[in-house]
Every structure is written in structure tokens, then in C-alpha cells.
Write a protein that binds this ligand. Sequence first.
Ligand SMILES: Nc1ncnc2c1ncn2[C@@H]1O[C@H](COP(=O)(O)OP(=O)(O)OP(=O)(O)O)[C@@H](O)[C@H]1O
Ligand SMILES: [Mg+2]
Length: 326
Amino acid sequence: MPLLEIKNLTLDLAFQGATARVVEDVSLQIDSGETVCLVGESGCGKSLTALSIARLVPTPPARYAGGQILVGGQDVLGMSRAELRRLRGRVVSYVFQEPTASLNPVFRVGSQIKESLRLHRPEAATDLEVSRLLKVVGISAPESRMRAYPHELSGGMQQRVMIAMALASQPSLLVADEPTTALDVTVQAQIFDLLRNLKQEFRMSLFLITHNLGVVRDLADRVAVMYAGQIVEHGPADAVLRKPRHPYTKALVNSVPKLGSSEQSLKVIPGQVPRLGAFPQGCRFHPRCGRVRPNCSVETPGLDEAQPNHQVRCPYWIRDAAGFDE
Ligand SMILES: Nc1ncnc2c1ncn2[C@@H]1O[C@H](COP(=O)(O)OP(=O)(O)OP(=O)(O)O)[C@@H](O)[C@H]1O
Ligand SMILES: [Mg+2]
């Protein structure tokens, strides 16, 4: 049984008097010990998908409009408050983008980690365990660091503390939502190294949202690409990155400058990110697609099998024997 199974998840969000379908028919699976990455432009629904795993999206304004989320075979959308409390922490833990938003500025970091232990593993709420967790996340001199207040630590250190708090409950699944966006590049690389080691050491499953395709290549077993609330491509990370099928995935991969090329900046994908609640008819990517055909504004493509375990929401690469390769 997979650790996590999201089946046809659909989420509506009420805003400004209207309702928008922000996540539509999203299916994903994470097995034990596996790392799955979710990528896509800002606002496409990645965080809402990730938060849904532990039913953390507030309802209202949101409404689960369809689908199922199974964690260890248990239906999250049908769980009682008590069951949800057990799920959050013990089974699924989160690391968010902004440590400053999640750490309480008035408490020492050690006591915040201890609080997390008290909640989930009360028998282990000791200085010794706090110090061990700080060491696990690569913080040296943990005995003195645990007495520090968050503002006395660098951004990278704060993010390590956040990860220690998430690990305190010994979760089976760690969900990391752009855990390094607020950090500089060197520190980002250190945090990703840490995640890679942790996942190996604890055989934890990792659901990672990131904009960094290099990290996807390094860490992910599988990758899902999201566009305007839908998954447009999903498959083994190396296959998707080496030979992307969907024109949007191609554009994303092409937006990363090749190592050693003279081009330094990311290429921008032309066109506007579709506005929430105003998704184009037919294929949602068609107004920005370099390969657009007359049918694309009419027919709504399904997510179809391109190769075994590799799905694409675009029928045309299949009809072209050679795909969309230039
Ligand atoms: N509380 C809210 N009220 C109104 N709109 C919201 C709310 N939360 C999310 N949204 C909207 O829902 C859509 C999906 O949001 P989500 O946070 O999942 O995007 P994302 O892919 O994580 O983006 P980013 O890369 O910027 O984090 C966005 O258009 C966002 O503006
Ligand atoms: Mg987000």
C-alpha cells in the first residue's frame, strides 16, 4: 500500500464573491522512502495540494469538492479531529518556506523543539533529545544553540531548527514547501544536502515543492508538473527532465540556463499566468503554447499515459511520432 495516495483531488476556493477551482483532479502517490517533487509556476496550486494532505486548508474559504486523500490507507477527508491530530505530526510533518513565520520569536529554539516533542513523543521531551535532533540537522554546539532565540540564528540555522521540529515527531512523510526560497544559494544547497541525508538515514518519504529543477534532478524519484490547478505531466524525474513531453514542462526545463552557457538568467515563459477562476477553455496552457493547434482551445486534454508510469496532458506529442522534439 502506498504511504500517500491522492486520488482526483479537487479543491474550490471562494474569494471576492466568486468560487474558483484551484486544484482540479490531482492524483499523486508516494511510496514509503520515496521522494516526489511538485513543480510549477507561482499560484498554480502547489501549496494547496500539499496542505491538503493533512487537511490543513481552511474550509471555508476552501471546499474539498471531490477526490480522496489516503494516508496509510486511511481517508484523511473523513477523519475526526482526534484522528487528524494524530496524523499531523506523527505521520505527516511540514517544513514551510519562512522560518520566521513559524518560529515563535519569544521562545528559545530548544524549548520550541521540546514543545514539538511533548506533543508527539512526550517520553522523549528532554534536553538530550533536543540536542540530538539539532545535531541531526547539522547544528554544531547544540547545547548552547538550543538556548538561542530565533533572531540570534541565521536564516539557514533557523530553517534547520524548523526541520528539527518537523523531525521531532518521527514522521513517515515530510512535506517541504519551498523550504529554501528565503535563503541564499550556498545555504540552499546545504539544506538540500541535509534533506537528502535525512531521507536516506530515516527512510522517510519526502514530498518536496521546489522551483529548482537541479534539486529535482538530484533528489526526486518522481516529479509532477502542475499548471493552473492541474497536473500536466508526471513521471520518473530523470525521464521528465531529460525528455519532457508536455510543452509547459519543456518550457520550464528550457528556462533553466545550461551549466557553462553564457546565458545567466532564467528564460521567462512568454505569456500571462492564467488568472484564478479565469482559466482558458480547452487546454489551459494553449494561449502560451508554442505548439498550439486549432483544437487546443476547444478540446480539454486528459492526463494520458505516454510511457509506462509517465503521463502527459497533451494529446499531440503522441500523435507526432517524434514527440515535440525540435
Ligand atoms: N486564502 C486564500 N485566499 C484567496 N486565494 C488563495 C488563498 N490561498 C491560495 N489562494 C490562491 O489559490 C491559488 C493556488 O495557491 P497556492 O498557494 O497553492 O499556489 P502555489 O503554487 O503554492 O504558488 P507559490 O509558488 O507562489 O507558492 C493561487 O492563485 C492563490 O492566489
Ligand atoms: Mg506555495
